[in-house]
Design a protein around this ligand. Sequence first.
Ligand code: HAM
Length: 418
Amino acid sequence: MITKAPKGTADVLPSQAYKWQYIENEIRKICNEFCIKEIRTPVFEHTELFERGVGETTDVVGKEMYTFNDKGDRSITLRPEGTASAARAYIEHGLFNDPQPVKVFYQIKCYRYEKPQAGRYREFAQFGVEVYGSGEPSADAEIMALPMLLYKRLGLTKLCLSINSIGCPNCRKEYNKKLKEYLSAHYDNLCDTCRERFEKNPMRIIDCKSPICGEIVKGAPKLIDCICDECADHFEKVKGYLTAMGIDYVIDPYIVRGLDYYTKTVFEIIADNKNSNSVICGGGRYDGLIEELGGNPMPACGFALGMERLILTMEEQGIEIPSPHGVDIYIGNIGDASGMYAQKLVMNLREAGVVAEKDHLGKSVKAQMKYANKIGAKYSMIIGDDEIANGKARLKNMDEGTECECALNADDIAKLLK
Ligand code: HAM
């Protein structure tokens, strides 16, 4: 019997699920305020979408994808992220014909074959936003403002918004030359993967997690010092918008992001987590992706944040998530006839919007009341033959222990519970 979930996956049990629901509600609320509509795309896509979109030399595509051939012998991949899928949908459904910018959000499960640790899983959940059709720096600033506001509303503190500009493909060409010049002196000390990256995509070396490569990178030229005038001007304006919105940031010249589609602005939001992964959100501009995937040139930007990391960060910061609306009333019963009556009454109460529960185990009245206490019922009522005959029962406030008489009628009970 298999009673263990696959490595790197986690069940969300009822004792935790309310936290997810709470955050998901806040997400829907904030997206509505930012005029962002939801998009839902398939869990799997053609492998080529990610190879072309995210980039073959990235760790995500090169090492971490869940790829398999389906029964029709097509190469299929469980999505490792949401940006490429949303861009595919934007092109496929002609959303470029809608008034631009088109702003979409998604709440999805993603799959990456990573080494599991706190805040790093093989199946994880992302909330992301993508904005198509605007090349304006205000759009870049907004996609940073949204997660910052969400985190603030959820009560998070001590967050750092780190931003950088990695320029356009032209800046990158110049930069790659300089970077290779510098790295050639250290070539023999680079890890095997970075030696491959040296030819194919030297910028990825900046992001290498090996400590030796990390040391080498410290002396490397910085991309931000090599960007063209247009990209520099764009970056200045992004900073201006952030300042205008009162959002603090730091410039981190070493942020290049692990995905190939970025151009100009990139950013990460970092928490001061002790026990779990601290990069809780990442994103940026990606003006070349839509064209790369076969659409007409279209500027775009977006971000995604990890839900598990968000919840871990809230726990590390001691933030309580309000527990869900509890049970309004427990209807206890004595014997079979009253059991049937109680069943009808809880249904009528539920129809009236009351959270109502009753016995389904044939428990004694004492055991039913114990259960009512355990599930945190605010009120209780016990129904027996006498109560049914009189059309009345005692309504008990479980916290205060006080009682009052009440007609056995769902609408009357509902009024008393308000
Ligand atoms: P990413 O930085 O790869 O960017 O992932 C975004 C966020 O997802 C991370 O900051 C982290 O919170 C969470 N995350 C990533 N990998 C894992 C994992 N293995 N376990 C748990 N959480 C994880 C993207 O995916 C881009 N698509 C973001 C984007 C949207 N850029 C533009 N638009």
